[in-house]
Design a protein around this ligand. Sequence first.
Ligand SMILES: [Zn+2]
Length: 273
Amino acid sequence: MSRTQALWEQPGSVAEQFWRHGRADFPIYDMHGHMGAHNAIYFARCEAPAMDAHLARIGVRRLVFSHHSALMGSMRNAAVHRIVEGCSERLRMYVAINPHYPEFIKEDLALFDKWPFAIGLKMLSAYHQVAVTDRRYEYALKFASERHLPVLNHTWGGVPYCGGPQLLELSQRYPNVIFFHGHSIFGDWDWSRRCIVEAPGNCYLELTAVPGLRGIIERLVRDVGSERIIYGTDLPWFDEYQVTGGVISADIGDDDIKNILYRNVERVLGTDW
Ligand SMILES: [Zn+2]
């Protein structure tokens, strides 16, 4: 395919399909979402029914989210699971892990096996100001390791709670955990590469916030391969159309786009969830 032609004019390309129909002809897996209102921003759609309708519109098969209130400790994960039960076609949840509530962690994980719509754990260490390598996460990470669960971390370049060195150490300490590096160690792109190539094969870069930057998806694909990159939006903070458009507009191949938007997740987690 020639790049002198506009992407959406290349017959049969993912871009042409998307520009023409406003959706892809394959399922999309969004592995980084949230839910609930937030005092710092107005969200047009942040509750389950409106989010689910939006996901249907664009062809997202699964959004895995953590509820803002569960991350902050003002709502329990059991209540989040009840929301998903009532709206379970596309929504799946991460159990929010807040290291300041150790008793919540133990109580909630004791229920995990009874929650069919909970598929992994979410850690937000920069906000909780507890480094990902801290002992307060040990119980949750051992639990994830025993079950070979995915753990989505908020990561950010240069942040001592969840930067490259901390994430690499964590992934080497827990080789049976599947780590999704939310925001791809944003801004510290050499560490993004190192956190994949020096880890024991258990890590993936998750793209939330990256598609807004020019040329970074291309760099990450070059550095670690599209097989190690997954898609996420932070919905409702960012919109599915914006972020999917950013991935599809990147100067990478259609196979790379498909790896990022769905193939990698189906390979790692299967399709039966
Ligand atoms: Zn997030």
